[in-house]
Design a protein around this ligand. Structure first.
Ligand code: 13P
Ligand code: SF4
Length: 310
């Protein structure tokens, strides 16, 4: 069957039946392809999905996202089976720092509080004091004693945004998301000039010169709630284009313009309904974290989850 002949409705029904039969829950990130978002129990940003993964009663968590997200679920729920349907779905930014590199950094600045973005491996989380997501990075920084030095990994753009907003003493690892980091101020100015009435919503993974042009800086779900509550009708979206599907679905009367249509995360687009079906039928690919690493990583994630978001 070629792609055009795929029966999305039948495939979705099959996914839902398998989930029910196995007492499984399907979590999907806001960048997943529409058919996956539409069949999921919960769609969300990294923070919402981590919270959900820590609370679910299901026996199996099917994670449609990238590897570090499924790993975070496995860190929080060791007694559950966590499945990542496409095991090659990774995050290039998460691979920009290793545990060994972070250990070296820690030996150079032993007094610093290490705050790692959830977009990191379990090994890096295990070397960190706390985690953060794009939704709570500023609140996490503010929760730390004002006198302390903070070292953020791996995203330099999120770190600079957090420094600017929280006023805390922050330095950072030189990592970045290739998709967000490629958005230029020139491109944004061009799209703004073409759409003069539209508000620019940008993700904190974008470079500082882009964030300076933004009306609002938000996580993916932050964008969804902002748009829902806004009286404005036109928005330029400075993040991965997958978010435009739930934005349109929730706001039929509003218009969304990608800041750059090239903002596509190939890894987030790998999972299709067929992959989910095989994943549940064959119980693959099970994501597990060695216990010694999991326990230390869990402390960093739980410290983050304990921080109230401003
Ligand atoms: P959020 O959905 O948490 O804003 O994260 C974006 C992201 O890049 C996840 O890979
Ligand atoms: Fe990683 Fe960027 Fe893709 Fe998010 S959008 S998964 S940060 S590469």
């Amino acid at each position: 069957m070629n792609d055009n002949n795929r029966d999305i409705e039948a495939l979705s029904k099959k996914v839902r039946k398998l989930l029910k039969d196995k007492n499984a829950i399907l979590l999907a990130h806001n960048y997943q392809i529409p058919e996956v978002q539409d069949v999921a129990d919960i769609c969300g940003d990294s923070l919402e999905l981590s919270i959900k993964a820590s609370k679910t009663e299901a026996d199996i968590i099917v994670f449609c996202g990238v590897h570090f997200m499924a790993e975070t679920a496995a860190i929080l729920s060791p007694d559950k089976t966590v499945l990542l349907p496409v095991v090659s779905a990774g995050c290039p930014m998460a691979d920009m720092i290793t545990a060994r590199q972070l250990q070296k950094k820690k030996s150079e600045m032993p007094d610093a509080v290490i705050v790692s973005y959830v977009n990191t491996t379990a090994e890096v989380k295990a070397e960190s004091d706390m985690c953060c997501t794009s939704a709570n990075a500023v609140s996490v920084a503010r929760s730390i004693d004002r006198e302390k030095r903070i070292y953020m990994t791996p995203d330099r753009n999120l770190a600079q945004y957090t420094l600017k907003t929280s006023g805390r003493n922050i330095t950072w690892w030189n990592g970045y998301c290739p998709i967000h980091n490629n958005l230029t101020a020139g491109q944004v100015k061009k799209v703004k000039a073409e759409n003069p009435g539209a508000l620019l919503l940008a993700h904190p993974e974008c470079p500082p010169e882009v964030l300076d042009l933004a009306d609002e800086v938000k996580s993916t779900s932050g964008m969804l709630s902002f748009v829902k509550n806004s009286e404005k009708t036109e928005f330029i979206i400075g993040t991965e284009t997958g978010i435009i599907h739930p934005l349109k679905k929730a706001n039929p009367g509003k218009r969304f313009i990608p800041a750059d249509p090239a903002m596509i995360c190939v890894d987030m687009k790998k999972t299709r309904l067929e992959d989910i079906i095989i994943s549940i039928q064959e119980m693959r690919h099970v994501i597990k974290v060695p216990e010694e690493i999991r326990v230390r990583a869990k402390t960093a994630v739980e410290r983050m989850l304990a921080v109230p978001v401003d």
